[in-house]
Write a protein that binds this ligand. Structure first.
Ligand SMILES: [Zn+2]
Length: 532
C-alpha cells in the first residue's frame, strides 16, 4: 500500500474506527465468492473466489480463507478481467458522461482514445484535464497522425517539406513523452489521405523508438483493402514498431471475401517477424461522417467549407456526383441508398434514422444512384451528418474474428443516453460478442472471446498489470451471467444498455452493482511507455 500523507492517514484511521470489529479485521477489502473465473489467458474457466485488497487482486482460490470487508456471492457467474477497448472515440463524451454508462454496463473498464489519426494535441494538457475529472473508467490516448499533419501542413494535398517533417517528428516525440501509447493513423480521412506511406513511416520510427505502437484506420477498406493491409504491415516493418489493422472489415459487396487474402498477408508478416495484429467490432455496418464516406477525397481537401465551394461549381459537382454514385454502388453505400442511414445531424436531429433513400424522396430527387449522390450533397451542404453504412461482409467478419491475432474493440464513444441515433456498437460491442458470437453461434469459445477483450488488448497496449486475473494485477473485474448476457441495442433503437453484467470493479472499487452505477469514480489516466 502507498503511504498516506499524514492528514489522510488520520482520516483513514477514523474511518476504520467507525467500522465494526469484524470488518476491521477483514483480510481483504472485497471478496467475490463462487465465481467461474475466466482469467483472460484463454485457459478454461475454473471455480474460485477472487479477493481484492486496495486496487489489486490479492488472492484467488476455491473456498478462499479469510474474510472481506465486503463479501459478494456471485453464484456461479463468470468473473472476467474488465474489458479493454483499444479503439474508443470516448475522449470527447467522457467529459459529458464521466460515468461512461454505455461502456461499464458491458464490462469495459479501460478505454484508449485518440484513434483514426485524430487526437488531442498537445496531449499532455488534455491528459491533465482528464486526470482532474472523476470518472468510472481508466483512460489513455494515442496521438493522431492526421492531427499532427493538420497542425503543421493544414488540410492540403501535398508532400511535407523537410522542415515540416522535422516539426511533425518533434510533435510525435512530444506526444509520446506526454504519455501517448503510440501513433494512430486515419489514412482514409482528410488530411491523413494526403500522406504518403513513407511519411507515416518517418513518424512511426520516432514512436517505435519510444516503445509505442501504430494503429491504422486504413486508406481503403473496400476495393483497395488488400493493398491497405500491405501498407499497414509495411509501416510496422519499416517503422520498427508493432502495427495494428484497426476495425478490420471488408466494405462493399464486390470485395467481400478479401479477408482470406488480408489474413494470409498478416500470417505471412507474422511468420517473418512483423508484430502485426488486428482489432474489429462485431457488426456488419460501419459509421463515420456521410461526406467522408461517400465523397471522393479530392473533393474534401481543405475541409467542409471547401467541399461546399466545389459543390457550388456545376462542372465539379457533376464530377463529384459520378464518383459518389460509384461509391454508393460499390463501396460504403452497399449498392443501395437505403443501406446508408443518417445517425446524427447537428443542424436537424429529426433526420436521425432516415436513410439516404428517404432523403432522396424528401427532396424530390431522381430515384437513381445519381439522385442518392445529390441527397448526400444536400446533407453536406446543410452542415454535414454522421451516417451508418450497411456494407460489411459477414463471412469476412467471422473469418477475422476467428483469427488468433484479432481482438475486439468498439470504435464507439461515450454516449449521452437518448441523443441522436448512434451506431449500437457503443452500447453493445462486448456484450454482443458474448451473446451472439459465443452463445448463439459458437464462433468463439467463451474463454477465447474474453481473451480477445481483456488480456490481448491489454498486452498490445503494454498494460502488463491489467487484463488477466492474477494476484498483483489491477483489480479491474467484470462479472456476468454467460447465459443471460445480451446487447439489446439495435440500429433502429440503439439507446439500450447491455444486460447480464451484475458487477463491475475498477481499481478495486465497485462502479456497477445490481444494475446501478455507484458513486465510485476510481478511473485512472493510463500513460504510454515514454512518459516523462
Ligand atoms: Zn476508424
Amino acid at each position: 500500500m502507498r503511504p498516506y500523507p499524514a492528514p489522510l492517514f488520520a482520516l483513514a484511521l477514523l474511518a476504520a474506527a467507525a467500522l465494526p470489529a469484524a470488518a476491521q479485521d477483514a483480510t481483504y477489502d472485497l471478496v467475490l465468492r463462487n465465481g467461474r473465473v475466466v482469467d483472460g489467458t484463454g485457459s478454461p474457466w475454473y471455480r474460485a473466489d477472487v479477493a481484492v485488497r486496495g486496487d489489486q487482486i490479492a488472492a484467488i482460490g476455491p473456498g478462499l480463507a479469510g474474510t472481506g470487508r465486503r463479501e459478494i456471492d456471485v453464484q456461479g457467474a463468470v468473473i472476467a478481467p474488465g474489458f479493454v477497448d483499444v479503439h474508443s472515440h470516448g475522449g470527447g463524451g467522457i467529459f459529458a458522461v464521466p460515468t461512461a454508462d454505455n461502456y461499464i454496463r458491458q464490462g469495459v473498464t479501460t478505454l484508449i482514445a485518440g484513434p483514426d489519426g485524430s487526437s488531442a494535441l498537445p496531449l499532455g494538457p488534455w491528459l491533465d484535464t482528464l486526470a482532474a475529472l472523476p470518472r468510472t473508467v481508466n483512460m489513455g490516448s494515442m496521438v493522431g497522425q492526421g492531427t499532427i499533419r493538420a497542425r503543421v501542413i493544414g488540410s492540403v494535398d501535398r508532400a511535407a517539406t523537410g522542415a515540416e517533417m522535422e516539426r511533425m517528428r518533434a510533435l510525435a516525440e512530444e506526444a509520446m513523452h506526454d504519455g501517448a501509447f503510440g501513433l494512430s493513423t486515419g489514412l482514409f480521412y482528410v488530411p491523413g489521405t494526403f500522406t504518403s506511406t513513407e511519411e507515416v513511416i518517418e513518424l512511426a520510427r520516432v514512436v517505435g523508438r519510444l516503445g509505442g505502437i501504430h494503429k491504422s484506420h486504413m486508406r481503403d477498406e473496400a476495393s483497395g483493402v488488400v493493398g491497405s493491409v500491405r501498407e499497414t504491415i509495411r509501416i510496422g516493418e519499416e517503422g520498427g514498431l508493432p502495427t495494428q489493422i484497426t476495425h478490420h472489415k471488408v466494405i462493399g459487396p464486390g470485395y467481400w471475401g478479401a479477408s482470406e487474402e488480408t489474413l494470409r498477408l498478416v500470417d505471412e508478416a507474422r511468420a517473418r517477424g512483423v508484430d502485426v495484429t488486428i482489432d474489429q467490432y462485431p457488426y456488419t455496418a460501419s459509421a463515420t461522417s456521410i461526406h467522408a464516406a461517400l465523397l471522393p477525397k479530392w473533393a474534401q481537401e481543405g475541409g467542409l467549407q471547401e467541399t461546399r465551394r466545389r459543390l457550388a461549381d456545376p462542372a465539379q459537382r457533376a464530377r463529384i456526383r459520378d464518383e459518389t454514385a460509384r461509391i454508393i454502388e460499390l463501396e460504403r453505400g452497399g449498392g443501395n441508398p437505403d443501406n446508408v442511414v443518417v445517425s446524427s445531424c447537428g443542424w436537424d436531429q429529426t433526420l436521425a434514422g432516415r436513410t439516404l433513400g428517404d432523403v432522396v424522396e424528401m427532396r424530390g430527387l431522381e430515384g437513381s444512384l445519381q439522385g442518392a449522390a445529390e441527397a448526400a450533397f444536400w446533407l453536406t451542404e446543410q452542415g454535414g451528418c454522421g451516417g451508418i453504412f450497411h456494407a460489411i461482409g459477414e463471412e469476412d467478419l467471422l473469418r477475422i474474428m476467428r483469427h488468433p491475432a484479432s481482438m475486439i474493440a468498439s470504435d464507439g464513444g461515450v454516449i449521452v443516453f437518448g441523443e441522436a441515433r448512434p451506431h449500437p456498437r457503443s452500447y453493445g460491442t462486448f456484450a454482443r460478442v458474448l451473446s451472439e458470437y459465443v452463445r448463439e453461434r459458437g464462433t468463439l469459445t467463451l474463454e477465447e472471446a474474453v481473451r480477445k477483450m481483456s488480456a490481448f488488448p491489454a498486452q498490445r497496449m503494454g498494460l502488463h498489470d491489467r487484463g488477466v486475473i492474477r494476484p498483483g494485477m489491477a483489480a479491474d473485474l467484470a462479472v456476468f451471467d454467460a447465459a443471460r448476457v445480451r446487447d439489446p441495442a439495435t440500429f433502429a433503437e440503439p439507446h439500450q444498455y447491455a444486460e447480464g453484467f451484475s458487477l463491475v470493479v475498477v481499481n478495486g472499487e465497485i462502479v456497477l452493482e445490481n444494475g446501478r452505477v455507484t458513486d465510485a469514480r476510481p478511473g485512472r489516466v493510463l500513460y504510454g511507455p515514454a512518459r516523462r
